[in-house]
Design a protein around this ligand. Structure first.
Ligand code: 5GP
Ligand code: ZN
Length: 116
């Protein structure tokens, strides 16, 4: 269910501005407003799901689709050969700040491990 109180629902519905890279009936991808790497975009389902903990049986294809869209955009942005990181933060200690799931895609510089 779309919520107009939710920032990423609003971006998906074009009620809030974002630099959208790609969209289809299932998801929207847009540039992160505070990029943490030369390439940093988010892939977000149109369906409002607050955290990964709320994923249901019927969402399996949706999650796969987010990763496949991320792969395709990473290819377009020429970072797939070098490598890139995909992250979904769940709840406060992981740093989740927007409670609508989103796949971070970061690249264009070497990534450290373990992450901070
Ligand atoms: P989280 O901290 O929940 O894992 O990630 C939220 C991400 O959303 C952050 O990287 C943050 O910079 C990004 N973000 C927050 N507000 C906006 C916004 O209004 N527009 C865009 N494009 N990104 C946002
Ligand atoms: Zn939402």
């Amino acid at each position: 269910m779309t919520s107009l109180n939710c920032l990423f629902c609003r971006i998906a519905a074009k009620k809030a501005a974002a630099r959208i890279i790609y969209e289809d009936e299932t998801c929207v991808a847009f540039e992160d407003i505070a990029p943490q790497a030369p390439v940093h975009f988010l892939v977000v389902p149109r369906k409002h799901i607050a955290t990964t903990l709320e994923l249901e049986d019927g969402d399996d294809a949706l999650i796969g689709h987010l990763f496949r869209v991320a792969n395709r955009i990473a290819g377009d942005k020429k970072i797939s050969g070098r490598g890139f990181r995909m992250v979904m933060n769940t709840n406060p200690e992981a740093g989740q700040s927007v409670y609508h799931i989103h796949l971070h895609v970061l690249g264009g510089r070497p990534m450290r491990w373990p992450p901070g």
